[in-house]
Design a protein around this ligand. Structure first.
Ligand code: FEO
Length: 405
């Protein structure tokens, strides 16, 4: 018996025909501990339309789900909302299998598809912001959302059903057999949606804000958000909640939480981190200590999303910073978190270059630095630990002022 997958009806004449990737753990440097889904959607109307496809290795799964509803060759239109390969990896195979009348994408999408596949053997029909496409009884409207996530990104709105096919926006990496958010644990959804925003959208927050303003116009009729990753939101509460979260995350307002990131060679920088954390927490601020020996860079980015201070410690090794700290700082420099109080600290043996480099890196991130880095030669004694506590207290004081200001 050949492997067979079923489609999942999400509204009248609208089906989820995507793929579930239970195993993926790494999404270009982002730890996806709960796997992911690549969502594709099938609309049955006079013009049968497929919204997005799936990552290359999952082509047969998608085709099997489509075949559960109709003969895939009956598909007339394919809409490519976003050209990243997790949504277009199987587009060439889909075009070959379906021979669609038309494939639609944004102008930048058409260019990206050309530059990915080179010989797609299919003309791409460009659609712009505000354009509509009649499918028969139903109509799709396209809204340009450039840089949410790539320059090509757009979303498609099925007017008669109030369904927003939102590509990466409002998504999360979460594999599940359930298709709807209201069937899943709310705390898991909140964490994974935040993690997705922190690792994919954070540095694009300005563009997210613009996209939210555009999507606000849809809000009165919006009944469902169908993203390209993770569960579909069908209740008003779930729809409103993710839109509210995106608004808050995109503003990056400082919160009363500090993230202390560090690594250690012989335990001295770890001791400093612990006492600095105690000094911050003494003012009632939530502190998250993250040793990079056991923390993933993408989890650090997630914790920073609702924090107001980033404090980083590194021992000096070979006149430089610890490799794990260099990794997370490089990652964060790309994600560009904003509105953070910053502090650098570390233990050293000779010249102690690590804290100087860290200070520069945090300044380059735009952190409001608490002052010079806190440095300890070799092992902190009682006096040095007292300075660590005071360093933490100063960070707390600056953060409280930023939150209240
Ligand atoms: Fe899910 Fe930007 O691709």
């Amino acid at each position: 018996m050949s492997e067979s997958f079923e489609a999942f009806k999400i509204a009248e004449n609208v089906y989820w025909v995507g793929a579930i990737d239970w195993d993926v753990q790494d999404f270009h440097g982002y730890l996806t501990s709960r796997g992911s889904t690549y969502n594709a959607y099938l609309i049955i109307d006079e013009k049968i339309t497929l919204i997005d496809t799936v990552k290359g290795p999952f082509f047969k799964e998608m085709l099997s789900r489509i075949a559960h509803v109709i003969d895939p060759k009956k598909i007339d239109y394919i809409v490519s909302n976003h050209s990243e390969m997790d949504h277009t990896g199987s587009l060439p195979q889909t075009i070959a299998a379906v021979s669609p009348e038309k494939v639609f994408a944004s102008k930048m999408g058409a260019r990206a598809l050309g530059n990915h596949f080179h010989s797609l053997n299919q003309e791409i029909t460009v659609v712009g912001d505000g354009d509509s496409l009649a499918l028969g009884e139903m109509n799709l409207s396209f809204v340009g959302t450039p840089l949410c996530h790539w320059p090509d990104s757009m979303v498609s709105y099925l007017n008669e059903r109030g369904i927003l096919f939102s590509q990466d926006v409002f998504g999360m990496h979460l594999a599940s057999s359930e298709r709807f958010a209201d069937q899943l644990d709310e705390s898991v959804l909140d964490y994974e949606a935040g993690k997705y925003y922190a690792n994919i959208m954070l540095h694009l927050s300005g563009m997210v804000s613009k996209a939210l303003v555009k999507m606000e116009k849809l809000k009165s009729g919006l009944s469902m958000i169908a993203p390209d990753h993770g569960p579909i939101r069908r209740t008003k509460e779930d729809v409103d909640s993710i839109i509210e979260s995106y608004g808050r995350w995109s503003r990056q307002e400082p919160c009363k939480k500090a993230v202390v990131v560090y690594d250690t060679m012989w335990g001295s920088t770890a001791k400093m981190a612990q006492v600095i954390g105690d000094g911050i927490a003494a003012s009632g601020i939530v502190v998250k200590l993250m040793a990079m020996s056991s923390s993933h860079r993408s989890n650090v980015a997630t914790e920073i999303l609702d924090a107001g201070a980033l404090v980083v410690g590194s021992p000096t090794i070979n006149n430089s910073i610890f490799p794990t700290i260099a990794d997370v700082m490089c990652y964060l420099s790309g994600l560009k978190p904003k509105n953070l109080v910053g502090g650098a600290f570390g233990s050293h043996g000779w010249s102690g270059e690590a804290t100087k480099k860290l200070q520069e890196m945090l300044e380059n991130l735009g952190c409001d630095m608490i002052g010079d880095p806190l440095r300890v030669e070799y092992v902190p004694d009682d006096d040095a630990l007292k300075q660590c506590h005071q360093f933490g207290e100063r960070i707390a004081e600056r953060l409280l002022k930023a939150c209240d200001g």
